[in-house]
Design a protein around this ligand. Sequence first.
Ligand SMILES: *[C@@H]1O[C@H](CO)[C@@H](O)[C@H](O)[C@H]1NC(C)=O
Ligand SMILES: *[C@@H]1O[C@H](CO)[C@@H](O)[C@H](O)[C@H]1NC(C)=O
Length: 504
Amino acid sequence: MFARAALLMALGLKPAAGDCPSWGKPFPSNLAGLDKISFANLYDVTYYDQYKVVEYTAAGRPYDASWHPEASLRGTRVPPMVLYQCGTTKPTTGMPGVPSNARFFEIPLKNVTVGWGGPLAFIELLGVSQSIDLVDISAISSPCMQLLEVCYPETHIPENLPDWSSNPDWMTRASRTDAVFTDTFGSGWGGDAAKDVPFEISFDPGSLSRAEWIKFMALFYNEEAQAEQIFEQVKTDYNALKAIGDQLRTDASTEWQGQQPKVMFVSQSGTRNAITNAAYKTQFITDAGAQLVQLPAVAPAGCSFTDNTDGSKMMRCDIPAGDAAFTSFLAEADVIIDESSLWPDYDPAKYRGFATIYNVTADQVPALARSPPNIFRLDGHVSDAFEDGTVGSGWFDIQQSEPQQFLAGLMEAIWTSDFASSCGQKYLWRASDLSAQNVVGHQNCPLYSAGQNDCQSLHDRLHTPPMCSGTTTTAQSQEASAACGAGGALALAALVFAPFWAAF
Ligand SMILES: *[C@@H]1O[C@H](CO)[C@@H](O)[C@H](O)[C@H]1NC(C)=O
Ligand SMILES: *[C@@H]1O[C@H](CO)[C@@H](O)[C@H](O)[C@H]1NC(C)=O
């Protein structure tokens, strides 16, 4: 091991400890406003001369008390982190702001393990994929990260999901990297608590707060300025869409005639049906100009409430005892998003149909009776099958980084011909259209070229977030205006004024 490392160093292949990566940014010099995180509330950062102290806030979760693969961590709080600039002396606990239980990371990180898809999307957005030493690409939906694996096959080994701790090769490889991006459940756990960086995006309750985790990732790469810029773009676009949603909410010329349409997310697992009201879903529904199908104060017969990690109330109904109650909720919805899982291959041909899954008829559920039925699925963007048959779904790995894209798609689903976004539908597909799912492979990365992929550019490629509130494409606007006349015109007029509304 030592001999090999020494040889690599002699050959100049590996930077000596303390060296800064050639592609890395310097420690941020203009700190004005950088410690301001507006939405995400699960971490805090404080800047010092050549280091940053990052602390997980009390609002966040401890390491999962029953699932985390490392028993000694279960139920304990994630310790703070001190990120210090390469080429400077590692800070000690005597220095300002350095907590006694801090873990130390030299930045910009140059050698990381990416334990699951959530953090990967942000590494890609920031253009710092050069630091990736290890990732399990089998459940990843991004075309360019799939190309990364084609270009650098050694970066991929499987973690043996969902049993996170069962692959010893994964742990061995992860332990030679400098940081391992995981979560408090232990997804992608690399075996070393000192290197563990839980990327807690799934537990941040709001739609924009999740996108703001780009600022968390940026801390490790001195990419604060870029993260700020990307997040501002995302936020402005999201708020412009939201302003259009506000207009549509009361617009009497739409299909819903000024009555706020009702939307719900449902799922089924085992012998239970569920209404899955996570806080961020409720926020998406409201921001789209619609409303959530409300749960009653008292759980109906056969059903019970459960608390979600974000504090929201969900409901489960036993099959068949709670069927009548569950069906009565379905009957209230104008649009239903069916999350019942097709994992691991997400093959639409295996979708048994809403009526079959939930044992209902179109007579009972207006959303199902509508033509075409207003039943949607979330796996509209998936990867092609990996060699072991695993498929990645963008809903799980990319969506959290682009709430504007999901909001736009949800608005298209709810407002049909009265709204078309400039970035098109991505995550939702209408369950009656089995060909609507979009399967993407490494060939869909712009840097792909048969036989001569542009692998080097993959590293510096700055991913541009989709902008969804702008002018629609010609095809979309023709479709929109042909289909709906006045309503379509309103949506398009709204798009023009969107930037002004965004200011509020
Ligand atoms: C990470 O470090 C290991 C061990 O030194 C090395 O073999 C590997 O090439 C490095 N990866 C990157 C991306 O620098
Ligand atoms: C479906 O619902 C009907 C009552 O509406 C019930 O008789 C039947 O057993 C149910 N089927 C299943 C598979 O639960």
